[in-house]
Design a protein around this ligand. Structure first.
Ligand code: GDP
Length: 294
């Protein structure tokens, strides 16, 4: 988040320079937020809201506006009382499906999450459902060895739904608590991809009513507005329950989190902050916004 913070240091500077709020102050604030990838639509709504709230509360001092801005940003990231944790229950096999385009960090996120669940004492199985991308299966196997979790696989090019089916059977045999399912992410053929995901979901829900318990879209924060359009494409057909935003360690544009949340209303549940197994964290809106302004 260091670099993101850099972008938002500009807000601090702005507040220091202006002291009293005027139109130019709001213009500059808009520019800063757009520069941090919060997204034009979201920024316009946010600043309008801030403006009228400031008027209502008779806030004239830029310094006094800052807490209100933080509050609005947190509000955009989370509905009141919303639970951002994963839908995991004891005494059942929990199935989590991961979707997203190639290169966003899907496989890495699955590996990290396997490690996380294992550290919680849970019995985990991973299914190598990305049978399309060269190296995806091997990469998941490397993670499996690293974190000590079984990987169910078939050959590259085989039917992903069949791999997931095998994964369910293996997870049953092992009485697993969590089954993590990788999927392919080629977006060149969007219709096929969405059909493939629908088929995988059918297989899962036929075997385990109510599953998948989570469908997480993985997005790369460094791709900025691109991540937003991917999120829109997947949310149209994949019935997402949450987002994982990766590579937040490498971007000055963490504001994309806010844009995605505001435009799609799918909660960000986890964030990736590096390539190692411990670099996955539950998303905490307050902490995130606080880090931006610290
Ligand atoms: P997939 O094609 O979506 O499965 O993507 P991969 O899991 O292969 O990840 C693509 C690249 O991004 C790899 O080099 C990962 O090590 C890297 N990566 C994944 N997550 C993160 C993250 O949170 N931070 C950073 N810096 N790199 C990441």
């Amino acid at each position: 988040l260091t670099k993101t913070r850099g972008a938002f240091e500009k807000v601090e500077d702005l507040v220091r320079r202006y002291k009293r709020i005027d139109d130019e102050f709001y213009d500059e604030l808009e520019e800063i937020l757009i520069g941090a990838d919060v997204g034009v639509t979201t920024v316009m709504e946010l600043v309008d809201d801030l403006r009228s709230e400031a008027r209502k509360q008779k806030i004239e001092n830029a310094h006094d506006l800052q807490p209100l801005l933080s509050e609005k940003l947190v509000g955009l990231l989370k509905n009141k009382e919303e639970d951002l944790s994963l839908n995991i229950e004891e005494d059942r096999m929990n199935v989590i499906l991961f979707v997203g385009v190639n290169g966003v960090g899907k496989t890495t996120t699955i590996g990290k999450m396997a490690h996380m669940f294992k550290s919680q004492g849970k019995n985990v199985v991973m299914a190598a459902g990305d049978t399309f991308r060269a190296g995806a299966i091997e990469q998941l196997e490397v993670w499996g060895e690293r974190v000590g979790v079984e990987v169910v696989k078939q050959q590259q090019g085989s039917d992903p739904a069949a791999v997931i089916y095998d994964g369910i059977q293996a997870a049953r045999t092992k009485k697993a608590d969590v089954l993590l399912c990788d999927t392919a992410g080629r977006l060149q053929n969007k219709v096929n991809l969405m059909e493939e995901l629908a088929k995988i979901k059918r297989v899962i829900s036929r075997e385990i009513p109510g599953a998948p318990h989570e469908t997480l879209l993985v997005l790369d924060a460094t791709t900025g507005q691109n991540a937003l359009s991917q999120a829109k494409a997947f949310s149209e057909s994949a019935d997402l329950s949450g987002l994982v935003l990766t590579k937040l360690d490498g971007t000055a544009k963490g504001g994309i989190v806010i844009a995605i949340r505001n435009e799609l209303n799918v909660p960000v549940k986890y964030v990736g902050l590096g390539e190692k197994m411990d670099d996955l964290q539950p998303f905490d809106p307050e902490q995130f916004v606080h880090a931006l302004f610290a």
